[in-house]
Design a binder for this molecule. Structure first.
Ligand code: AMP
Length: 390
């Protein structure tokens, strides 16, 4: 694989794929972490005398020009952060890049306005990729959050131009390698979030590599139900009960410490104003639902986390968006900040959760920008946007 540093960018035009998929409400950007994470590569390219055409996506417009998913607010934020004017092209196919001089940046409109970007038809993607490739001499892939996608601006375009990963993609892969190749022990993985089905691949692939696996979030109830406990109206994936049972059996055989909550914060319904009551995880009332791990469990999770030398965390421990059910996630995040070895926060939701709860990025070893991409890497799957660069 070529590296960013192996190119001479003087006078060259670079097509740069970034992940600028930030939350935007009524034109106002929430967490701008992904824009900030894109800056080092952009700044490097500019310092080397390149002009930069950025392509990126926002949300899932599915080939339609949805105004609320325009990247225009992102171009303004990018301009502020770079302290440079950033040109914006509402046109993707047929964009005029000819006037772009060295040291200048142009952001193309949401690439997913083009249906060909995400098309399953390679021929359709190729046509769009060819158009993008015509804008530049070199392709730099730095949109880590999209590298698990076989999309035109991620995968197909890399076949048409000399290509290399940008600084963000290189850093993400280096961290993920540390988690899969010879991690310092004890090695712990903490998983939460809504669904077991999203995380099952990671559990299966990492089970024989970790010393400790802690389960929180909505997914914990499938584990509790698999053990025969009442879970009331909590989230559950019944079709995964046999898989979860099998995982618990394997963990025991492998000597992996499987940490499940012993207490749960419950509410009568899924509501921001519902007060939290704490009950034993083994005696949940049938008419309530679990929205967070309880304080005793959070304490036990934190103790196990701080013992680890390598820790990966993906998925909030509860519905952290509701103040009454954010405590478990907060205690776990706090514990990660105290890990003496490497602590990795993986994914959009977990990263947004730690920032929303008032933690600074610098308190963690590494905060990944790509949830899906980092999970797929840890599942042992090939990332098309990375392998195409090889
Ligand atoms: P994920 O994208 O899979 O990491 O899921 C994140 C979402 O899971 C967050 O929006 C949380 O509100 C949600 N979540 C966490 N715990 C629970 C729970 N006990 N019940 C329902 N949703 C939950």
């Amino acid at each position: 694989m070529k590296t960013l540093e192996s190119f001479d960018f003087t006078g060259k035009r670079v097509l740069l794929r970034c992940d600028l998929n930030v939350p935007i409400k009524e034109g106002v950007i929430g967490d701008d972490g992904r824009i900030r994470a894109s800056l080092p590569t952009i700044q490097y390219l500019l310092s080397q005398g390149a002009s930069v055409v950025i392509t990126a996506h926002l949300g899932r417009p599915k080939g339609e020009r949805k105004p609320e998913l325009s990247l225009e607010p992102v171009s303004r934020r990018l301009s502020e952060l770079l302290n440079l004017p950033v040109k914006f092209s509402p046109v993707i196919v047929g964009a005029d890049v000819s006037a772009l001089a060295a040291g200048e940046v142009l952001l193309l409109e949401n690439i997913r306005y083009e249906a060909a970007e995400t098309s399953k038809d390679e021929g359709e993607r190729h046509v769009l990729a060819k158009e993008l490739a015509s804008y530049a001499d070199i392709f730099i892939s730095d949109g880590f959050g999209a590298v698990h996608r076989r999309h035109a601006s991620v995968y197909d375009v890399a076949k048409l131009l000399p290509s290399a990963p940008g600084k963000l993609v290189a850093a993400e892969i280096e961290v993920l390698k540390k988690l899969t190749e010879n991690p310092d022990r004890p090695y712990g993985v903490v998983l939460g979030g809504a669904k077991v089905s999203d995380k099952i691949g990671v559990i299966e692939n990492l089970l024989d590599k970790v010393d400790m696996l802690a389960i929180g979030g909505g997914m914990l109830f499938t584990f509790l139900k698999a053990q025969g406990y009442e879970i009331g109206k909590s989230l559950v994936e019944d079709d995964l009960l046999p898989t979860v049972k099998e995982i618990m059996g394997r963990a025991e055989k492998l000597g992996v410490k499987l940490l499940l909550p012993t207490d749960i914060a419950i509410a009568p319904d899924f509501s921001a104003s519902a007060p939290a009551a704490v009950v034993s995880a083994f005696a949940m009332p049938s008419d309530q639902l679990g929205l967070d791990i309880g304080p005793e469990s959070a304490k036990a999770f934190a103790a196990a986390i701080t013992e680890c030398k390598t820790i990966f965390w993906n998925g909030p421990m509860g519905v952290f968006e509701f103040a009454n059910f954010a405590a478990g996630t907060k205690v776990v995040a706090e514990a990660l900040t105290k890990v003496s070895g490497i602590s990795v926060v993986g994914g959009g939701d977990s990263a947004a959760a730690v920032r929303a709860l008032g933690f600074a990025d610098s308190q963690f070893g590494y905060i990944s920008t790509g949830g899906g991409a980092s999970l797929e890497y840890l599942e042992g799957k090939e990332l098309p946007g990375i392998s195409v660069l090889q």
